[in-house]
Unconditional design. Structure first.
Length: 360
């Protein structure tokens, strides 16, 4: 008897990365299905989320590859677990990362469950990240070959159970190679530009967009030496490290946000010492291995997506069993604009160990 092909459902975004992921899997003789997730349509009319165009592009690729194509809507779930979370965090004066929450709650949770209803053995995405299995069977995640496109920062929330059901086919390729593969295969979107940021933000002024969902609540702007210099529009509209003009004066830089007092502290010095910190507490820590490494440990850490790795030591906070969920991160050198609500992600060489949410 012929062995039945393993079925893989690819999360098709309409972009070239997920398209090539589907192409590579088909070449590896998997039974491939493409599914487009509709996660957002903007009721405010402020933004342009080109979901219809993206869906058509994904469908065109599936037609070219001669694989089935479906569309599913996860708008209701996305609104509840990603968008509402984002709004709540901004209201509290923190700066969330909705992309990470989307990976945790939508792509590798709800979408994975939906894929199972199609009879899928695995799901696959167009993320730039590498997955390998160690000799002991443990699944590990590594930075992508193309360091400029590496997306490991956004995937620290994954578990061993999820990883066992996931493929990341393009992690060993450079972006230029991915486009060349798409071009040679005649994929219609091989030249399509990369999407930027969250779908629902688009090209709109993000403050204007937030103002549709969050009421302005003016409060005091205070310099680091205690002078009141004006009013802000609400803590939700600012983030630590942000450059902003105050009534035509400036630039000023946000050093701290106190949501309880509705106060924002600023400085007019780009490298003011108050903008820098040597440490942080990370909460809701997830370890890719399912347990923490031996702590304390020397690691490299990223405090946001596009920052360089920084040398640090992590120590447990509270209980010290294998399920450590809070750690103290102490940096060798001060880091600029450590931002509550953002994520800090831990690495040793190219291996991504895990990460957590910054909580100063």
């Amino acid at each position: 008897m012929t062995e039945k092909k393993k079925k893989v459902i690819v999360a098709m975004s309409g972009g070239v990365d997920s398209s090539v992921a589907a192409l590579l899997l088909k070449k590896q003789n998997y039974d491939v299905i493409g599914i487009y997730m509709k996660n957002w349509s903007d009721p405010t009319g402020l933004t342009h989320c080109p979901w219809e165009e993206d869906m058509r592009d994904a469908q065109a690729v599936c037609q070219k590859l001669n694989i089935p194509f479906y569309t599913i809507s996860l708008e209701k779930e996305y609104k509840k677990v990603v968008f509402d979370y984002m709004i709540t965090e901004y209201k509290a004066g923190r700066t969330p990362n909705p992309d990470i929450m989307c990976n945790k709650k939508i792509k590798f949770d709800l979408f994975l469950k939906k894929a199972k209803t199609f009879g899928a053995d695995f799901i696959a995405t167009g993320h730039y990240i590498r997955k390998n299995k160690a000799k002991n069977g443990l699944l590990k995640l590594y930075e992508a070959k193309d360091k400029n496109k590496d997306q490991s920062y956004f995937l620290y929330v994954l578990t061993q159970k999820q990883l066992a059901q996931c493929f990341f086919p393009i992690g060993d390729y450079a972006k230029s190679q991915v486009r060349e593969i798409a071009k040679k295969a005649g994929l219609p979107n091989w030249q399509k530009k990369d999407s930027q940021g969250l779908c629902f933000i688009g090209q709109v002024d993000f403050r204007k967009f937030l103002a549709k969902w969050i009421k302005t609540k003016p409060g005091q702007l205070i310099t680091t030496d205690g002078k009141v210099i004006g009013k802000h529009k609400g803590v939700a509209f600012y983030t630590v490290g942000q450059k902003a003009g105050i009534g035509g004066r400036g630039p000023y830089y946000v050093t701290k946000i106190n949501a309880k007092l509705n106060v924002i502290y600023v400085t007019n010095k780009k490298n003011d010492p108050t903008l820098f910190g040597r440490g942080l507490i990370a909460k809701e820590v997830n370890w890719i291995a399912g347990h923490s490494p031996k702590l304390p440990a020397k690691i490299q850490a990223k405090i946001r997506y596009r920052t360089a790795d920084a040398s640090a030591i992590i120590k447990p906070v509270g209980r010290s069993d294998l399920q450590i969920r809070q750690v103290k991160v102490s940096f060798t050198r001060p880091q600029r604009a450590i931002t509550p609500g953002q994520s800090v992600v831990f690495y040793q060489n190219e291996e991504m160990l895990g990460g957590g949410i910054i909580n100063l």
